[in-house]
Design a protein around this ligand. Structure first.
Ligand code: AMP
Length: 424
């Protein structure tokens, strides 16, 4: 038989899960509105150069993980591995620098990375991505962190930890890189091959290595705090102070450098105690040099991306609520073949009046149809047979209580219409 399975690392989100996704997006959307962020929809692919310049040539994402191909016009195109570079490109392309700053945008959608698939790590995964562009104020960093934490709070996630660091800026990072270089150079034999290669290109990345041997070495590595320039130190202090004021707990971790090159100053992640190795539900930080890196003017920015697949995993694990599971208000049941059209007309009438309704399209027994109604979580069965047709009525059966009454066709909408919540 032909291979009809999806490629490795991608998956279908089926109805038993998709309604939970919809719930997460609703909560994200509401929170975005509360924090003054506007939604944008960005393309799933961009010129490869955008990511090579924006994310950084020497990053894992650009070096190993991008889905890149030539299109029919011989242009190098890449499926987006993340949304920040696209968001900044969009800001620049549409002249958003003339708007009141910061411009606060968010988007949701799939990202693509050629990574080794494992639990919580896919080759196509969903992110919600928030970016605040055009302000260097540390209060905006605080707002971004508070916003991510608030989304998770509303979703009911506990066991979360905010991990915070500063990665400095082009003024102070070179000094830190040098100190790290000296530190790791004398311990080269204890590092993995990948990290040996990182030593000259970007020793900060070694701090991020998950291999036990490298982790042991990095324990004693110099911390960046000692090397921060005055500007970065003041900024870092202001962010920490802001988080204290908003009562958002965090842990400092000088090994948090994040995988992407464009970060300056604030870097943070939100980790979940309910996930295994892939425990980050959200990562973000400041990237004041990204706009310039992709060819634009200086535009400071700060943002985060949260992984929806992982949020869902944590919510399932922690038994969080996803709101009400989708259900039907009414299910049309025909007692004989001659009544099927009347049921079809009734169901259409109900739908047009805001009632969630469906029906059976096979010539099945009443018992089977009622069973289908229950499986679809319908509240009422609307039964029509020859008797009802002659009288212009419908027998409405409450599937929870079993109670049944015969009512005039024109009264069915009122009888089965969902009551506003709180009206029970
Ligand atoms: P990053 O853009 O790497 O900072 O990722 C931000 C968030 O996206 C992470 O914290 C994860 O929740 C999620 N994420 C990143 N890569 C993957 C992946 N391969 N599969 C599933 N989720 C991912």
């Amino acid at each position: 038989m032909a291979d009809i399975s999806a490629p490795k690392g991608v998956r279908d989100i089926l109805p038993d899960e998709s309604w939970k996704w919809a719930y997460i997006f609703r909560v994200v959307q509401e929170t975005a509105l509360n924090f003054g962020y506007s939604e944008v929809h960005l393309p799933l692919f961009e010129h490869t150069e955008l990511f090579a310049r924006g994310i950084g040539d020497a990053t894992d994402v650009v070096e190993k993980e991008m889905y890149t191909f030539l299109d029919k016009g011989d242009r190098s195109i890449t499926l987006r591995p993340e949304a920040t570079a696209s968001m900044v490109r969009s800001y620049l392309e549409h002249g958003m620098g003339t708007l009141p700053q910061p411009v606060k945008l968010w988007c949701a959608g799939p990202m693509f990375r050629y990574e080794r698939p494992q639990k919580g790590r896919y080759r196509q995964f969903w992110q919600v991505d928030f970016e605040s562009l055009g302000s260097a104020n540390p209060l905006v960093d605080v707002e971004i962190i508070a916003l991510s934490v608030e989304i998770f709070r509303r979703l009911g996630l506990h066991q979360l930890e905010v991990v915070l660091n500063s990665v400095g800026c082009p003024v102070c990072r070179p000094g830190y890189r040098e100190r790290l270089h000296r530190f790791f150079e004398s311990r080269l034999d204890d590092l993995c091959d990948t990290c040996k290669g990182r030593l000259d290109r970007n020793p900060l990345r070694i701090l991020d290595c998950k291999r036990e041997g490298c982790k042991a070495v990095t324990e004693g590595a110099p911390a960046i705090y000692e090397c921060l320039c005055d500007d970065c130190r003041d900024h870092f202090d202001a962010v920490k102070k802001g988080l204290h004021r908003l009562a958002i707990p965090y842990r400092l971790d000088n090994r948090l450098v994040r995988g992407l090159d464009y970060y300056t100053k604030t870097a943070y992640e939100v980790l979940s105690g309910s996930l295994g190795a892939q425990n980050a539900v959200c990562g973000g930080g400041r990237y004041d040099n990204l706009a310039e890196a992709i060819g634009g003017p200086h535009v400071p920015g700060v943002g985060f991306a949260a992984g929806v697949d992982r949020i869902l995993m944590v919510m399932e694990q922690e038994g969080c609520s996803f709101g009400a599971e989708p259900s039907l208000d009414a299910y049309g049941v025909a007692l004989d073949a001659g009544s099927r059209e009347s049921v079809s007309d009734l169901v259409d009438h109900l739908r047009r009046n805001g009632v969630a309704a469906d029906m059976d399209y096979g010539n099945r027994s009443m018992k089977t149809q009622l069973k289908a109604a229950s499986q679809r979580r319908a509240r009422y069965a609307c039964i029509i047979g020859e008797g009802e047709r002659q009288k212009g009525t419908v027998s409405v059966k409450d599937l929870a209580t079993g109670e049944q009454r015969e009512i005039l066709s024109e009264d069915v909408v009122a009888a089965v219409r969902p009551r506003p919540s709180g009206d029970e």
